[in-house]
Design a protein around this ligand. Structure first.
Ligand SMILES: [Fe+2]
Length: 258
């Protein structure tokens, strides 16, 4: 498996808290069947700005260490960028890192409690720059968890969506789990990723636990695409597989459908 979202690098964000933890996480990823993991440290404008060059250098350094310990895992460079209206400008200035530094996909995080009014504009401007935004765990955003209609509009305009494995395992509550499953069934999700912050426990590598749940919920074929085919497409810079998004039923729509 390939995991496109992980805080595996010891680099000052809230992920691995030491070099040892980076290596322990690497070991756990390999043990759970992950062969490639994208290191996606948080980039928060004005608060936590890690340079792309540093992420690339750390990735190379830890790949050498993993190899020397016979751990079968390759770390690829990336970044998880908290949405702000400066994103297109920051990208043009070379301050943001696309997945695998291929200039194609940028992992974007929304705040948990609201949907910023400039969200659409930023995603649109990125598309104009040739970048496809991948929204990280929108099921954890309170607004989209209650009403996924804006997400449907974003997907319709070409935004890709990544749901967290931990959401499907119920680690963020039953409402988030239910929403994650309903987004997948509505064809609004293109990847499942781990978003691991630790080596063990609920924030550790989890995709091996998600696989059977996903097969049961949506069948083997779709599970394969979400967990394997599409993450591999990102790694290889190819097009991801998409399905026609179904308009989700909001609380109001469900009322009128009774
Ligand atoms: Fe993350």
């Amino acid at each position: 498996m390939i995991d496109i979202h992980a805080h595996i690098l010891y680099c000052g964000d809230d992920g691995a808290a030491s070099s040892e933890e980076t290596l322990k996480m690497g070991e756990e990823f390999a043990k759970t069947g992950v062969t490639h993991v994208f290191a996606t440290p948080h980039f928060i404008r004005g608060t936590l700005e890690i340079a792309p060059e540093r992420i690339i250098a750390l990735t190379e350094e830890y790949n050498c260490l993993l190899k020397s310990q016979n751990i079968n895992l390759t770390i690829l460079p990336g970044m998880e960028v908290e949405i702000c209206h400066e994103i297109p400008g920051l990208y043009k200035e070379g301050k943001l890192l696309t997945l695998n530094n291929m200039g194609k996909h940028l992992l974007i995080e929304l705040p948990f409690h609201f949907l910023p009014p400039f969200t659409d504009q930023v995603l649109y401007e990125l598309k104009l720059l040739g970048i496809t935004p991948i929204l990280a765990h929108p099921e954890r955003n309170h607004v989209l968890c209650h009403n996924p209609e804006p997400l449907w509009e974003m997907v319709h305009k070409g935004v890709l969506v990544q749901v967290n494995g931990g959401s499907l395992l119920g680690f963020f509550g039953s409402r988030v789990k239910k929403r994650a499953l309903s987004l997948i069934k509505s064809n609004l999700v293109h990847f499942i990723a781990g978003d691991a912050h630790r080596a063990y426990g609920e924030r550790g590598p989890c995709l091996h636990l998600v696989h059977p749940i996903l097969i049961k919920a949506v069948g083997e074929e779709k599970a394969e695409v979400l967990l394997k085919y599409n993450p591999k497409a990102i790694l290889e810079g190819k097009n991801v597989l998409k399905w026609e998004p179904k308009q989700p039923k909001t609380g109001l729509a469900r009322f009128f459908h009774r």
